[in-house]
Design a protein around this ligand. Structure first.
Ligand code: CO
Length: 200
């Protein structure tokens, strides 16, 4: 089954090898990415491809609506490994306009477990209700909520004890908030970058 994917994989590996015969050999011994990407699971937002990075260059964590919840063992394990072991220099939280997770969080329909997962987005909506409800159309409102969610997750990452302790040890880490447009392929920096307190 899925022979077409296996064939595509072999062709991809051959292309990589013909461009750079040592490509896979170098990756066997170590991964040393400088970046941790925390993004949405959406299939239209493939992390490596968007920033044109090769295997070995980007450590990736993806979940529905790019959340960084301080009680989620999966995200925390990735964050600690990235900060303490890989010693990444940059962590980017990357949302995207038209995010189905953001829309599902606030449309009032019940879907099951994901309603609990998306709870933090409803909180953000509640806290910004006046400004969001004043937005004339729902697309603009949801896109603004995508941005507010990214800003909140940047705060979560930057205030996490793993990151705080790394900063206290003098480690150089920057936490960025970006939003990706599925419509044109362009990343937008929300300019909410957090760095080591004495660097700012
Ligand atoms: Co999404």
């Amino acid at each position: 089954m899925l022979d077409h994917l296996k064939a595509k994989n072999r062709a991809w590996a051959e292309r990589k090898l013909s461009a750079d015969p040592g490509f896979f050999k170098r990756l066997i011994t170590q991964q040393a990415p400088q970046y941790l990407w925390i993004g949405c699971s959406d299939s239209r937002v493939p992390a490596n491809e968007i920033v044109d990075l090769d295997p070995g260059e980007l450590f990736v964590h993806r979940n529905v609506a790019n959340l960084a919840p301080p009680q989620d063992a999966n995200y925390l394990s990735v964050l600690q490994f990235a900060v303490d072991v890989l010693k990444v220099k940059h962590i980017m939280v990357v949302g995207h306009y038209g995010c189905g997770g953001i829309a599902a969080a606030v449309d009032g329909k019940r879907r099951g477990l994901v309603d609990h997962w998306l709870h933090p987005i409803r909180e953000i909506y509640g806290e910004n209700r006046a400004a969001l409800d004043a937005t004339p159309d729902s697309e603009t409102r949801l896109n603004r909520l995508c941005e507010l969610n990214v800003i909140r997750q940047v705060k979560n990452v930057a205030s996490d004890v793993f990151v705080q302790d790394a900063w206290a040890r003098g480690q150089d880490i920057w936490v960025h908030g970006w939003v990706y447009s599925v419509a044109n392929g362009i990343l937008r920096d929300l300019e909410v970058t957090a760095g080591r307190p004495d660097f700012r």
